[in-house]
Design a protein. Structure first.
Length: 206
């Protein structure tokens, strides 16, 4: 008998719906956040800075562990997942995102409202968010690994964590919501493009 289909069976749709719903709150213009800043507690800025500046490093450490584990235990499946992850990061989260940043040349929230096409200035490289793309590539690959392991009950934690990194980029006024949403979409697209090619061979973490 076929298993009952739920929203959990479609993580891409789940991510897009939840992200769109929550990010709707942040489509006010930048002045909304500038006016709100004086009323926010100091620990908010500490937490936000931790996510926006250091959040990605936790993912990198985890995937470095996955690589070491796969080499030590000669786990071909996890090794293939790691190199698929690496290719996704390089092609989608870095190359495609960087190319779009330069071509579009969108100013960041605190750098004016102009679009300067073919700009290499970081202040004009707002669209799309590289942090968001990077975080969701990591989050989805880790979701895939956990889902096919004995730790499957924790599989949604990487997606929540990735979402918090993307949200921190909006709250820190480094990006507009559309920048982050586009970065998330690129990360999802790239991840599923490569995961589809390794999905026949289940990934396992012991």
């Amino acid at each position: 008998m076929e298993s009952k289909k739920t929203l959990e069976n479609y993580p891409v749709i789940w991510i897009l719906i939840s992200t769109g719903a929550f990010s709707f709150l942040f489509f006010f213009n930048t002045n909304f956040w500038l006016n709100l800043i004086p009323y926010l507690p100091n620990n908010f800025f500490l937490i936000n800075r931790l996510f926006t500046n250091w959040g990605l490093y936790l993912f990198y450490i985890i995937f470095a562990f996955v690589l070491v584990f796969s080499l030590v235990h000669k786990n071909r499946t996890n090794r293939n997942v790691f190199f698929a992850y690496l290719k996704t990061q390089l092609i989608f989260a870095f190359a495609i995102v960087r190319l779009l940043k330069i071509i579009v040349g969108r100013s960041r929230p605190l750098h004016g409202i102009d679009n300067i096409f073919l700009s290499f200035n970081p202040g004009n490289n707002s669209f799309p968010s590289g942090h968001a793309a990077d975080a969701f590539v990591s989050g989805i690959f880790l979701y895939y690994l956990l889902k096919n392991s004995k730790y499957s009950c924790y599989r949604f934690l990487p997606l929540v964590y990735a979402y918090l990194i993307g949200l921190s980029r909006i709250l820190s006024l480094a990006h507009y919501p559309l920048d982050v949403l586009t970065g998330i979409f690129i990360g999802i697209l790239g991840s599923w493009f490569f995961i589809a090619r390794i999905q026949k061979e289940p990934a396992t973490i012991y």
